[in-house]
Design a protein around this ligand. Structure first.
Ligand SMILES: Cc1cc2nc3c(=O)[nH]c(=O)nc-3n(C[C@H](O)[C@H](O)[C@H](O)COP(=O)(O)OP(=O)(O)OC[C@H]3O[C@@H](n4cnc5c(N)ncnc54)[C@H](O)[C@@H]3O)c2cc1C
Length: 383
């Protein structure tokens, strides 16, 4: 395993860095968040640079990039905000699920639309009573002729309310089955009759928005099934590894930007006749965070490397997600302490980092669930 980036990877990183400065500097991302705005230039710019094609194979018009290259872009985008990075990730991961599992001709058409930026995707797994315990989901899809009739409620569906978005919804096609059995994946158009989207008021993540999706007798054509009937659990697992690498890279980028902002402030803010960063109480805290971000990045790149070797990332992914998300929270917490009164003012970008960071240890699998996975590798029973 070689941690040095190639010239191509550095160029990708530099391009993404410049994109953030030009299109979505953190203060602008904060304004979009406050205004609940997904500006068209953000996703259009991402598509124009070819990033919506990154992890797709060249045979289908993709860039054929690996997990590491894609995560480099995601890490840089997250310097604007984690939500900005999710503008790319939240469509890429279900897009790859469609690539792997959908039947033709839907597969080719949808993958081309995702690559070209005409189609956005959202993921509907969680429900009001099914969070960490995904296998307890109860939304049903009952076959009726050439259609499924879907009833239930999905929760926290990120980006479901944006234009041109389809939801990859995990539903129970065998209502007599429990747990991981009898689940299938259906592609649901949120503009269909019987779908009601309710934007959930949240502390942050307002650019994409998170939605409750109420499904009442929604008729979905049977050819919108992704993967085999009742085999949705395999579909779910197949996309988890790359998703974990990418969101973890997002936490690393957001943590790095948060630390950079705290360091810049500690250098220029003076008290008692010198920069506050010269007080060891401040500089040591920042030095620790600097170290922790480096560790989080190594864990993330290790997981990306495993993925690119065709291996399951398993515990390495859980460790990376756990550590990077908690590091982001810690950076924002310390950033508030370093900026003190100014940080507490909602004018500061740090106040936005703090609001956004707090959910890092929840969405994408909570810290407790990551610890459970790690503990299982030590031989402990966690269920
Ligand atoms: C901003 C945001 C975006 C999201 N985006 C999406 C999305 O796009 N699609 C989607 O499907 N979902 C999405 N989610 C849902 C997310 O995956 C869940 O919030 C997460 O899995 C936790 O579920 P929960 O909130 O219901 O908490 P619960 O599962 O109810 O957990 C509550 C608490 O109990 C702990 N706990 C639960 N079980 C165990 C256990 N076995 N051992 C130890 N502790 C346990 C948890 O760690 C947590 O601290 C999103 C959530 C948020 C907040």
């Amino acid at each position: 395993m070689n941690f040095a980036l190639t010239d191509e990877q550095r160029l990708l990183q530099q391009t993404a860095r410049e994109f953030v400065q030009r299109v979505c500097p953190p203060r602008r991302a904060k304004e979009w968040d406050e205004g609940h705005v997904m500006p068209p230039e953000l996703f259009a710019g991402i598509v124009e640079l070819g990033w919506s094609a990154l992890p797709f194979p060249t045979e289908v018009g993709g860039a054929g990039a690996g997990a590491l290259e894609t995560s480099i872009v995601v890490e840089e985008l997250a310097h604007a905000s984690f939500d900005v990075a999710m503008c790319l990730v939240s469509t890429l991961t279900p897009g790859l699920t469609i690539l792997e599992w959908a039947a033709e001709p839907m597969r080719s058409a949808l993958v081309a639309d995702v690559i070209e930026g005409r189609q956005r995707l959202a993921t509907g797994i969680s429900e009001p009573d099914a969070g960490s315990d995904v296998g307890s989901l109860t939304t049903t899809a009952i076959r009726d002729g050439d259609e499924f009739v879907v009833n239930g409620t999905k929760m926290w569906c990120t980006g479901a309310g944006l234009p041109n978005t389809l939801i990859t919804a995990y539903v129970r096609t065998d209502p007599s089955a429990t747990g991981r059995r009898g689940i299938s994946v259906l592609l649901i158009d949120p503009t269909s009759e019987g779908v009601q989207l309710v934007k959930i008021p949240t502390l942050a993540r307002h650019i994409l928005g998170t939605y409750e999706v109420v499904l009442a007798d929604v008729r979905v054509p049977a050819d919108r099934l992704i993967g085999q009937l009742d085999e949705g659990w395999s579909v779910l697992l197949s996309g988890l590894d790359l998703e974990r690498v990418l969101i973890t890279a997002g936490y690393v980028g957001a943590a790095q930007a948060t630390l950079d902002e705290a360091v810049a402030y500690a250098r220029q803010r003076e008290q008692f006749g010198k920069p506050i960063g010269d007080f060891q109480a401040i500089s040591h805290a920042l030095a620790d965070l600097h170290t922790e971000i480096a560790a989080a990045r190594f864990l993330t790149r290790h997981a990306a490397w495993l993925h690119s070797q065709g291996e399951e990332i398993g515990v390495a992914g859980a460790m990376a997600k756990l550590y990077a998300s908690e590091t982001y929270v810690k950076c924002a917490r310390w950033g508030m302490q370093v900026m003190a009164g100014y940080g507490f003012s909602t004018e500061s970008v740090m106040s936005f980092r703090w609001r956004e960071s707090i959910v890092a240890t929840i969405s994408g699998g909570t810290s407790q669930m990551q610890r459970n996975a790690i503990a299982r590798s030590l031989g402990f029973r966690t269920r």
